[in-house]
Ligand binder design. Structure first.
Ligand code: COA
Length: 696
């Protein structure tokens, strides 16, 4: 993509003579920020614009053109592209709006645009974009107001408006950028191309992106995963993809909300996920200027108790730790801090602290090898010299490989201190919680980097058997499997199932129950009864012959009454599985990312509690373990109050088996195993109930 970012020559088709027009602003931006390549305005109605010779069309330009910026009304764009083809131009930015984003004729025009550029071998950014900026080549081919400072953040955005806002913020905060790209409609070049390009760009240390959609989920994940190992990708995703969730009939489908797949994909790729614009700024500032912490151990240095406690609370809710500092460090601090100071984390150097006290304390803390990162809080007391303190922190930050994040709280008095930090690349935030969030994101990214290579396993399974079941279901014009079929599918993938015997008479039910052992559960087996409990098709806790006989009668009469046309294949007499934790596993499908696996705490309240984790298929061993640890009720699985831990390896095995199944059989639209009863460590797990929806 070199011609986009470092072109030797740029033509602006639609460069305007009239101030205030987009074509005028783009040309002005290219001319005023020291771009050193050749610039060719193209406009048939004039000979010069802004002192530059103008050409009536691209073909009249005698020299080769590396990059063309198009800012003519929509009906003229295709003609300009044809000229680009004739002139052997390979890189084009189309600013013009009025394409896919307006629908109808606009969508059609975009299709033609894509066809033209593909035929011509042209790469295109846009249409409907603000343009592009590269600070290394001083190229500002956009109509944004201003030029960002040179820096290490490579930014792309699907929203032009957000580009403008971020640019203004960055100028106000002295934040520098390497590249600044408005993606527009992504008719050709997408976030995937830009992530790839920025991975290889030595001026870019952090990749920052705002996305509304991702079209090719799998390529995105592959690229993002490998680039994340080189440099951090910080991403915010807005908008929803609710299709799929609406039609869900399983728990898993219902729990897969609009952004579930994105959340899962970002986790799996090591993308630092910002959930608000504010977080995006906070993370960008911290990642671009500070080294990553080697571990989670943070020291808070503060001149006031309250903010120190607030920061400590925020650390407590994060993955960070607030350890005690070394004994020797405490001794050193005692030698110069007043006895009323707090020598334990948070280290409170109290209200009359001077800049000298901050400096000496920081020297001790930065030298302490039990500490990985330092958070410096300050409230503007009468005793403190803000500028001196900020300068002392800047000087110390130059000689340490530990990240330093600051929060000088207040506004008017602390402003000069913040300015010093901004000028010297020390992240500074108005509130301690933001500072903690930044450090936490950096630590989590470090953890992701430290992870071993992901391990994907495949086990021996009975694929033909499952294929045959699915084929027979679709042949019968059904999409839902009945329980017996679902059980066979699970068995083929090595799940352990509760004991089950299908019977069609009361007598057989009684003998099945005594063979299985009391208590038992009885369920209707019918392809036409999906919500078995709701229809009176399930009886649990049956302790003896009499109860089994009654249940047989009740279930059959309930179904005959409520669903007279239902085909009844019999009644399943099942072992009543007890003595374990009920979890749920499932498969659902996302339009962009394909099948996903869900894991969570099971039982009847699953949709209320929503304590579930999702990952995109294929799920690695590490992903499976992370899913298990991610749910809020993980402590219950690990064992509380002397209870034995649940068999976590059995859960991992089940997640991986389901992931393998989703990969083998894309025809599975949704599936639930609910519950999977997980027994104590080493004793395995039993699938009690399952449902599958397939599509030919
Ligand atoms: N080749 C070269 N120049 C041409 C041309 C052609 N084929 N056709 C027209 N021009 C010239 C015009 O003469 C005019 O110059 P002038 O002002 O000196 O007369 C200039 O190109 C612009 O054409 P004009 O017809 O005046 O259009 P415009 O400036 O009003 O609008 C766009 C053009 C592209 C800005 C407009 O169609 C548009 O899309 N605006 C929205 C852009 C946007 O919001 N993008 C997304 C941002 S996130």
């Amino acid at each position: 993509m070199d011609h986009f970012f470092n072109p030797k020559s740029v033509a602006i088709v639609g460069a305007s003579t009239k101030q205030g027009k987009i074509g005028y602003d783009i040309l002005k931006n290219i001319l005023q920020y020291s771009y050193s390549g050749a610039v060719y305005p193209v406009n048939p109605r004039t000979d010069t614009i802004l002192g530059q010779k103008a050409f009536p069309d691209l073909l009249s330009i005698p020299d080769p053109i590396d990059l063309v910026i198009v800012s003519v009304p929509p009906p003229r764009v295709l003609d300009v592209i044809r000229q680009c083809k004739e002139k052997d131009v390979d890189s084009v930015v189309v600013i013009t709006a009025g394409f896919k984003e307006v629908g109808g004729a606009g969508s059609h025009l975009e299709e033609e645009l894509v066809k033209e550029i593909k035929e011509a071998g042209i790469r295109l950014i846009g249409p409907n974009c603000l343009g592009i900026i590269d600070t290394a080549s001083f190229l500002n081919a956009s109509f944004a107001a201003g030029m960002p400072l040179a820096g290490h953040i490579g930014f792309f955005s699907q929203s032009g408006a957000l580009c403008v806002a971020i640019l203004d913020w960055a100028l106000g905060e002295n934040i520098g950028f390497s590249k600044f790209i408005s993606l527009g409609n992504k008719a050709d070049i997408t976030e995937i191309d830009l992530i790839r390009a920025m991975a290889d760009d030595e001026n870019t240390r952090v990749i920052l992106g705002y996305l509304e959609s991702i079209e090719d989920g799998h390529t995105f994940m592959n690229v993002a995963q490998s680039v994340s190992k080189k440099k951090p990708i910080i991403m915010i995703k807005s908008g929803t993809t609710s299709a799929g969730a609406k039609a869900a009939s399983s728990h898993t489908g219902a729990l897969a909300g609009s952004n579930t797949a994105y959340n899962a994909a970002f986790k799996q790729c090591g993308i630092v996920h910002a959930h608000s614009i504010q977080e995006l700024f906070v993370y960008a500032t911290a990642f671009a200027s500070q080294p990553l912490p080697k571990g989670p151990r943070v020291a808070i240095v503060t001149n006031s108790g309250g903010p120190g406690i607030i920061a400590a609370d925020a650390c407590d809710l994060s993955d960070l730790e607030l350890p005690s500092i070394k004994k020797e460090s405490v001794e050193r601090l005692r030698s110069f801090l007043p006895p009323t100071a707090s020598f334990y984390n948070p280290i409170d150097i109290i209200g009359d602290a001077t800049s000298e006290r901050y400096k000496k304390t920081l020297e001790v803390i930065l030298a302490d090898d039990l500490i990985d990162a330092v958070l410096i809080l300050l409230t503007p007391t009468a005793a403190i010299d803000i500028v001196e303190t900020a300068e002392a922190i800047v000087a110390l930050a130059k000689n340490t490989d530990k990240p330093i994040i600051t929060s000088f709280m207040g506004e008017r008095k602390v402003r000069p201190g913040r300015k010093i930090f901004q000028d010297n690349g020390i992240p500074t935030f108005g509130y301690p919680e933001e500072a903690v969030a930044a450090l936490n994101a950096m630590f989590r990214y470090r953890q992701w980097l430290n992870q071993p290579e992901k391990e994907f396993v495949r086990v021996e399974v009975a694929i033909p058997k499952v294929r045959q079941i699915f084929a027979s279901v679709t042949e019968q014009k059904r999409s839902d499997l009945i329980e017996i079929e679902a059980r066979e599918v699970l068995e083929a993938y090595n799940f352990t199932l509760s004991k089950n015997i299908l019977v069609n008479t009361t007598k057989k039910a009684v003998s099945a129950a005594s063979e299985i052992g009391y208590p038992v559960v009885m369920k209707i087996a019918s392809p036409d009864v999906l919500h078995k409990s709701d229809m009176g098709g399930v009886r649990a806790g049956l302790e003896n012959e009499r109860m089994v006989e009654e249940a047989f009668f009740d279930i059959t009469s309930n179904i005959r009454q409520r669903l007279p046309n239902a085909r009844i294949m019999g009644i399943s007499v099942q072992e009543m599985v007890r003595g374990g934790r009920e979890v749920i596993l499932g498969i659902s499908n996302d339009i962009q990312f394909g099948p996903m696996i869900m894991f969570g705490l099971g039982g009847i309240y699953v949709e209320v509690l929503k304590d579930v984790a999702f990952r995109i298929v294929p799920v690695s061993v590490e992903d499976a373990d992370a899913m298990i640890r991610e749910i809020r009720s993980f402590p219950l699985l690990r064992g509380v109050r002397g209870e034995p831990a649940a068999d976590l390896l059995a859960i991992r095995k089940s997640i991986l088996a389901l992931s393998q199944m989703a990969l083998d059989f894309p025809e599975i639209i949704e599936a639930d195993i609910n519950p999977l009863v997980v027994r104590p460590e080493g004793k395995g797990a039993v699938a009690v109930d399952a449902r599958f929806t397939v599509q030919e």
